[in-house]
Design a protein around this ligand. Structure first.
Ligand code: G6P
Ligand code: MN
Length: 442
């Protein structure tokens, strides 16, 4: 049986322990030869590693997890690199959110100006990761990439590193599918979807549960409740009000546009005014993560170091870990499982340009994804998507060319920004805030 060297790049993430747990859950099929955590932030990664070691001690005591900040050590002979880097850390997530909200526009890590700012920070570090893998990893390595903003990162890599063995993914659709399963009272594995769009900018066109078409049934539910099951609707212990609010907002969008079921992220593009109203500049999402998930992770790390018992299940969140492990497994073992992935369009959506960066279902083989053809899409969706894809393409070009004009054009095109003058003022502020991260724009 083949075994694999797996590297988690961005080892210091609050998601690492959850991903490792899912890797161990599936290690009877996906055999692990070596497991490495790699990060550029040694101190942070060491804290997270304590929690990871505890997970491993419980579920795979014979496995030796290695922790490093040395790329040669991390990537040498690596088969699978799970990337989840956050350039600038949560601190810059908060900076983007606050700067945007000061201008009265959506401050969000992947959508609108926040996403563009984060994209401009991430493109070159991502190129560096690809270069490390080209230099050190096994020739048939795969980077499976969760790093955000996935749409911009993917587009940049298709342009700057076209031969990289990188597959960009996002867990949002599958998180929504898990909600669909809960609404329908079935298992996630019973669900199969058709879907098209860009990352954080797509639509479910059809949903099947054990082969039965449940699209209309789901649409009726989502129009009333959003992606919230009746059980969790009555659950007084809502753990994360922010995500609850997001899932509820899909009710409005699917009432206004009844053709398909929306990705939750459309709230920022189609309801930016109400999103800004809902957002709190003193308690942004980034702040909530720092004071919640991150604080709990660091506290657990300290408690474990003191030899105390810690409830590790709090770090096994949603389907996030399972999804990336499923994709790696399908690549590793040529399982041809069907997953949504982010790929160059190249005719998948017939009436979009080839270089659009689309998110669609694909069968995942050991040679990469085999996308399912979508055909043509109606004018409204095409218009939305072309606008957003142009915006993301201009951000990539702005970074490559160091072009202020292209960055301004991208900001102006984005649906979350109301005018060219707001776009300019906000861009100028973000340039200040992102000194040391963005290339110089002239
Ligand atoms: C979903 C998205 C990710 C995003 C995350 C943010 O999982 O698919 O792209 O990073 O949500 O979640 P958070 O709890 O950090 O706001
Ligand atoms: Mn995502």
């Amino acid at each position: 049986m083949k075994d694999f060297k797996i590297v988690i790049c961005g080892g210091g993430s609050t998601y690492t322990a959850g991903i490792v747990k899912d890797l161990l859950d599936q290690s009877h099929e996906l055999k692990i030869r070596e497991l490495w955590l790699y990060d550029i932030d040694e101190e942070r990664q060491n804290k997270v590693a304590v929690v990871v070691q505890a997970v491993v001690a419980q579920f795979a005591p014979d496995l030796d997890v290695r922790v490093t900040t040395d790329p040669a050590e991390a990537f040498s002979g690596a088969n699978f690199i799970m990337a989840q880097m956050r350039v600038g850390g949560l601190e810059m997530r908060v900076s983007d959110e606050v700067t945007c909200l000061k201008h009265g526009v959506v401050g969000q890590e992947t959508c609108g100006a926040g996403g563009m700012a984060y994209g401009m920070r991430t493109i070159y570090p991502m190129c560096q990761l690809v270069d490390y893998c080209e230099e050190y990893a096994a020739p048939d390595y795969w980077i499976v990439n969760y790093s955000n903003p996935a749409a911009i990162v993917a587009k940049a890599m298709h342009k700057l590193r076209p031969n990289a063995r990188i597959l960009d993914i996002c867990d949002m659709p599958v998180e929504i599918e898990a909600r669909m399963a809960e609404i329908l009272g079935c298992e996630l594995d019973d669900i199969e979807v058709d879907y098209f769009g860009l990352n954080h900018f797509g639509w479910f066109t059809s949903v099947r549960c054990k082969g039965e078409d449940v699209t209309d049934k789901l649409k009726a539910h989502v129009r009333t409740y959003g992606y919230i099951s009746e059980a969790s609707l009555n659950d007084s212990l809502v753990k994360d009000p922010d995500w609850q609010h997001t899932f509820e907002n899909s009710a409005t969008i699917s009432t206004l546009f009844q053709d398909y079921l929306p990705n939750t992220y459309y709230q920022y593009y189609l309801m930016p005014d109400s999103c800004v109203e809902y957002m709190d500049i003193n308690n942004t999402r980034g702040m909530q993560v720092i004071n919640g998930r991150e604080k709990r992770m660091f506290a657990a790390s300290e408690a474990l170091q003191r030899g105390e018992d810690v409830d590790l299940t709090q770090f096994y969140v949603g389907v996030h870990g399972r999804f990336i492990v499923d994709v790696v497994k399908s690549l590793a073992l040529d399982l041809r499982h069907r997953h949504l992935v982010i790929v160059p369009n190249n005719g998948i959506i017939e009436n979009l340009s080839d270089d659009a960066t689309v998110e669609v279902p694909a069968y995942i083989t050991d040679r990469g994804p085999e996308p399912v053809r979508v055909g043509t899409i109606p004018r409204f969706y095409k218009g939305l998507i072309e606008n957003q894809d142009a915006c993301e393409g201009l951000i990539v070009e702005a970074v490559i060319e160091g072009s202020y004009q292209k960055a301004l054009q991208a900001f102006t095109l984005n649906r979350t920004i109301p005018s060219a003058t707001v776009a300019k003022a906000l861009l100028d502020d973000l340039i200040e805030q992102n000194k040391g991260y963005w290339p110089e724009l002239k």
